[in-house]
Design a protein around this ligand. Structure first.
Ligand SMILES: Cc1cc2nc3c(=O)[nH]c(=O)nc-3n(C[C@H](O)[C@H](O)[C@H](O)COP(=O)(O)O)c2cc1C
Length: 383
């Protein structure tokens, strides 16, 4: 399989050819003119290293310890809402990958499977991502469900104060909830492998939160949930969460050092520097360029993690070199599952592992955590 699909870019072509256009648009799109997505990519491409050689035989170690737990690989699976639209059953597949490879799987509040179903699969590698409920009793209930299902780490997403417009997704015909429109049905007919999965798992539903909706009408439920689970996050809310959640608490989506300082004061265990894969605000700077600013501001006080734009093992190396202590991929993993179904999550791990190994060897670095000592190439004369 590594010969046929040696890179995530190969999986993108395959995924695009076998899922409906609307699902591909939802997965791949940014917002506005989608410049933030391309800027994330360009900023990674600009980073270069000038390797030294003659290091003798090398043994690469990809294990990394973060928030008191050792993982076999230095990356995890980011939370992705509506995962079942890209590939029905995607959450189960990725939770199993997390278990098999000993990496974290973050289940989104708006995924299409519940913590009760996913926790027993990903077990101790289960992290839960929270879109913050307005009503305190719903929050308490949801957190208790996550905890009893085995989720030991909570990620609070900061960068969705309002739903993003994602114009390409709208043009492709995404309706919430997914509806059997002519376009949707055509997508099904022309993608039989995807349709077979829909028949097995049903149309994607927000299974975790649907029970909190009072309305019985599907169209109203989505609007009610949108209003009930967003737009209220503040520093006071974060303080309350810090008191309520006794496990690891991570804030995701911060880009400004001032915000990072405040989050540290409240006592978060980690910050994920992220611009949501360029999906929320089209004028945001590339996440990889913001990472060193946050590391400089609070890197000695909390754990700094990273996502947005990672598409290879080499990108992971670059993120670690810029100061990340752990990283996540969102689109990469869902692309793998959309392309290869049940094998997709594991295959993405294999691709990243091989690319990490090959590039660390080129750099003469055996342990991913030693990458911080490397300096990016600057075209000045050698002293
Ligand atoms: C289709 C899709 C849905 C997402 N849904 C969520 C979500 O429900 N909660 C969240 O915190 N982040 C969500 N994200 C953002 C990811 O967690 C992550 O920040 C982003 O995908 C990282 O960029 P990458 O796709 O370039 O790896 C979503 C991303 C994608 C692509």
């Amino acid at each position: 399989m590594l010969e046929k699909y040696p890179a995530i870019t190969d999986l993108e072509k395959k995924a695009k050819s076998r899922i409906p256009e609307v699902a591909w648009a939802y997965l791949s799109s940014g917002t506005g003119d989608e410049l933030a997505v391309s800027r994330n990519r360009e900023a990674f491409n600009q980073i270069q290293y000038n390797p030294t050689f003659m290091h003798g035989e090398q043994t690469v170690d990809l294990k990394t310890t973060v928030l008191g737990r050792e993982y076999n690989l230095p990356f995890g699976i980011a939370p992705v809402g509506l995962s079942g639209l890209m590939w029905p059953g995607a959450e189960m597949i990725l939770a199993q990958t997390a278990k098999d490879y000993n990496i974290p799987y973050c289940l989104s509040t708006v995924a299409t499977q519940t913590p009760e179903t996913i926790g027993p699969i990903s077990q101790e590698n289960s992290w839960f991502q929270l879109y913050t409920p307005r009503k305190k009793e719903i929050r308490t209930h949801l957190l208790a469900r996550a905890k009893t299902s085995g989720f030991n780490t909570l990620i609070v997403t900061a960068d969705v104060p309002y739903p993003s417009r994602r114009e390409r997704t709208k043009r492709a015909g995404l309706r919430t909830p997914p509806k059997l429109t002519a376009k949707f049905l055509w997508g099904g007919i022309s993608n039989p492998a995807w349709t077979r999965q829909v028949m097995k798992h049903g149309l994607p539903k927000l299974k975790t939160v649907i029970q909190y909706a009072e309305s019985k009408q599907a169209t109203k439920v989505f609007e009610e949930l949108r209003k009930g689970f967003g737009g209220t996050l503040s520093w006071d809310y974060l303080k309350e969460l810090r008191e309520e959640w006794k496990g690891n608490l991570i804030i995701k989506g911060l880009t400004h050092p001032n915000d990072a300082e405040r989050a540290v004061q409240i006592g978060v265990d980690a910050i994920i520097v992220s611009n949501h894969g360029g999906r929320q605000f089209d004028a945001v700077p590339p996440s990889i360029k913001l990472l060193p600013l946050i590391v400089d501001a609070v890197g000695d006080k909390t754990c700094i993690m990273f996502d947005s734009g990672i598409n290879s093992g080499l990108d992971i190396i670059k993120a670690y070199q810029q100061g990340a202590q752990f990283v996540f991929l969102g689109r990469g993993f869902l692309t793998g599952v959309a392309a290869l179904g049940a094998q997709g999550g594991n295959h993405v791990c294999e691709v990243l592992k091989e690319d990490l190994r090959a590039n660390l060897m080129q750099l003469g670095i055996e342990n991913i955590n030693d990458i911080k000592n490397l300096t990016p190439f600057q075209p000045t004369r050698h002293a």
